[in-house]
Each structure stands twice: as structure tokens, then as C-alpha cells.
Design a protein around this ligand. Structure first.
Ligand SMILES: Cc1cc2nc3c(=O)[nH]c(=O)nc-3n(C[C@H](O)[C@H](O)[C@H](O)COP(=O)(O)O)c2cc1C
Length: 346
């Protein structure tokens, strides 16, 4: 039976994947407080639907940094997709392109950035880990030359989070899968010495716009704008880094407030329903990224599975907008959301 929602994809994927791979995909850091909060904190916000708004047709298309997308749902960068399906990131890239949206390809992908670029014509962004300066420069230049249209620098991994499911299962990134982008230097993580000043150096390697991923606070959102980032992703890495960190949906309003419209703000973490997307948009996100559900679709049915996951989210978002009285994305606003606990405006 075909799954009808993302939860059903999750259960099916778990039953298909090796326990070790499942733990790597599903797990978060330590007690997984942030992992759970990413999802459950969506319930702390309630929608305020408006009626009689003529919702005969709903327009979901928008732009992200000027690039057209069919909906405000993008594919998050995720390492190791070859463990879900033999075609790995190439299958995901084709599904994203077919859905008319953008995939961010991870530095730690199991397909090279060139293979992913050649697998389909769609727009794509490149997510950078700076493990070694020479390697990072090579990857950025290659990404630009094979047609990636933005760089996504992940800022929340000065070291690996303490992912105890992986410790227990004995899963080791360097042994779990091979990363072609890293050539013969498979070992190593992002440099812990990266700072705001490093952004200048990274920018100088290409003319690609820079998206900073891993913003948790209004303070850092403001600093990021001052450093001229072109966009940012409010994200806690899917609860895989600092356990106990603020959930992404709770962090979003303060980042949006600090940015004051000076660049686009995206978010990721816990998006499992169209209503979650709508809540993020109402809180000021221009678009969201989806992470794990893409891996579930990939594990269940390769490219078609990812396409179906994206299709489900699109249908759910479309219905939610109609029910909330929003015929297009520009009509979604802060007045469509409140805090559940006391009904206050956000
Ligand atoms: C298996 C897995 C691998 C990931 N690998 C990366 C990565 O290589 N680079 C990165 O910036 N984020 C990575 N992330 C984080 C995602 O980009 C994203 O922030 C997170 O998954 C969003 O939360 P969600 O899974 O609840 O949708 C990874 C997440 C998962 C689950």
C-alpha cells in the first residue's frame, strides 16, 4: 500500500533499512530533546484561519534568492544518501528537479557534486563543509563551474554532536560510506576555527551567493546580515548537534525580527506536514527545507519515493492554505498564527 503521509513513509523506511543506517538517519544528539522539540514545538503555535477569501485557486510558486521554485519547500543537504538507495543523491536531485524545487547537495554526499549536477537539469545549491582550506576552495570552484547556483555554509558543526545511537551501533561516518568529494582524505570534520571572518575568504572563491545554515538566535542572525550573507537557514541540524538547543520553529521568529527584511530567512527541522510549512511561512520564513522525510522516500522507492514525499507536502500545503484563506504566499502573514499557550501574537 502506498503511504499517504510522511509518517507512513517513516515507518516503511525503518522497516526497509539496516538498523545501523536507520539509527544514523533518525538519530539526534544525546537525549534527543532538540530532535523531538523540532517536531513537537510546531504544536505550540496555532493557525488563525480566515474565511470567505476566494480560494478557488492556490498559487504556491515563489522565488528563493531570485530563483523560481514551484513551492516554498526545498530539499535539505544530507550526507550519505547512497545508504538509502543505490542512486543516492542523484535520485534525490532528479526528484527535486521534477518537483520544480531546489536540492542542496551535501559536501558529504555519496555522489560527487559533478555527478549530481550531471544527473538532471534542475537548479541546485552546494552545501559546504570547510574541513581543509584547499579542499573547500576546490569544491567551491568546482560547484560554480558545474552550475550550482548558491553556496550553503553550515555553521553549526564545529565538532560532531554526540550521537549516541551511532556510538552504540558502532556506525562510523568514514567507514559507513565513501565521499567522492573528499578524494583520498575521507577522515576529518569541519574546522573548529571557522569564524565570521572566514566568510570573506570563502566568498572570494566564487561569485555564488552565500547562505548561512545553522542560525539559532536573533543575535547571530543580525551578525550574519552585517557580514553580508545573502540568506540564512534557521536550523539546529535536525537536533543532531547541541542537544537542548532551541527548536527551529521557536528560533525562527527572533531571527526574522533581527533580520528586518534585509535578507531571506529559511528554516528547517521537524517539517512533516503542510501545516508545518504554513506555520513557518506565517512566522516569516521565505521557504523551508525538508530533511529526513526525503531519506524515507528515497529508502522506500528511490526517485519516485522522493517525488511522492514532495508531492504529499505540496498537496498538504495547498489544502492548508485554502483552509486558512490564503490564495497565495504573499497573503500568508503573521496574523495567521498565534501562540497556543496564551493566544498571544508572535
Ligand atoms: C542523515 C542526515 C545527514 C545530514 N547531513 C547534513 C550535511 O551533510 N550537511 C548539513 O548541512 N546538514 C546535514 N543534515 C541536517 C539537514 O540539512 C537538516 O538541517 C535537518 O535534517 C532538518 O531536520 P529534519 O530532518 O527534521 O527535516 C543532515 C541530517 C540528516 C538527518
Amino acid at each position: 500500500m502506498q503511504p499517504i503521509n510522511l509518517r507512513e513513509y517513516e515507518r516503511l523506511a525503518e522497516s526497509r533499512l539496516d538498523a545501523e543506517v536507520w539509527s544514523y538517519y533518525a538519530g539526534g544528539a544525546e537525549d534527543e530533546v532538540t530532535l523531538r522539540a523540532n517536531e513537537s514545538d510546531f504544536d505550540r503555535f496555532r493557525l488563525r484561519p480566515r474565511v470567505l477569501a476566494d480560494v478557488t485557486s492556490i498559487e504556491l510558486s515563489t522565488t528563493v534568492m531570485g530563483e523560481p521554485v514551484s513551492m516554498p519547500v526545498l530539499v535539505a543537504p544530507m550526507a550519505g544518501q547512497g545508504m538509502a538507495h543505490a542512486e543516492g543523491e542523484c535520485a534525490t536531485a532528479r526528484a527535486a528537479a521534477a518537483a520544480g524545487t531546489i536540492m542542496a547537495a551535501s559536501s558529504s554526499a555519496t555522489c560527487s557534486l559533478r555527478q549530481i549536477a550531471e544527473s538532471c537539469p534542475g537548479a541546485r545549491w552546494f552545501q559546504l563543509y570547510v574541513r581543509y582550506w584547499d579542499e573547500a576552495e576546490r569544491l567551491v570552484k568546482e560547484a560554480e563551474s558545474v552550475g550550482y547556483s548558491a553556496l550553503v555554509l553550515t555553521a553549526d558543526l564545529p565538532r560532531m554532536g554526540n550521537r549516541e545511537r551511532d556510538v552504540r551501533s558502532g556506525f562510523k561516518l568514514s567507514r559507513g560510506f565513501h565521499v567522492p568529494n573528499y578524494l583520498d582524505r575521507q577522515e576529518g570534520f569541519q574546522l573548529p576555527s571557522l569564524t565570521w571572518k572566514s566568510l570573506e575568504r570563502i566568498r572570494a572563491w566564487s561569485s555564488l551567493p552565500l547562505v548561512l545554515k545553522g542560525i539559532h538566535t536573533g543575535e547571530d542572525a543580525a551578525i550574519a546580515v552585517e557580514h553580508g550573507v545573502d540568506a540564512m537557514v534557521v536550523s539546529n541540524h535536525g537536533g543532531r548537534q547541541l542537544d537542548g538547543a532551541v527548536s527551529a520553529i521557536e528560533a525562527l521568529p527572533e531571527a526574522v525580527e533581527a533580520v528586518r527584511g534585509r535578507c531571506e530567512v529559511y528554516m528547517d527541522g521537524g517539517i512533516r506536514r503542510g501545516t508545518h510549512v504554513l506555520k513557518a511561512l506565517a512566522l516569516g520564513a521565505r521557504a523551508v527545507f525538508v530533511g529526513r522525510p526525503i531519506l524515507w522516500g528515497l529508502a522506500v522507492d528511490g526517485e519516485s519515493g522522493v517525488r511522492h514525499v514532495l508531492e504529499i507536502l505540496k498537496c498538504e500545503l495547498e489544502r492548508a492554505m485554502a483552509l486558512a484563506g490564503c490564495p497565495d504566499l504573499s497573503s500568508v502573514s503573521n496574523s495567521h498564527i498565534m501562540r497556543a499557550v496564551d493566544g498571544s501574537q508572535v
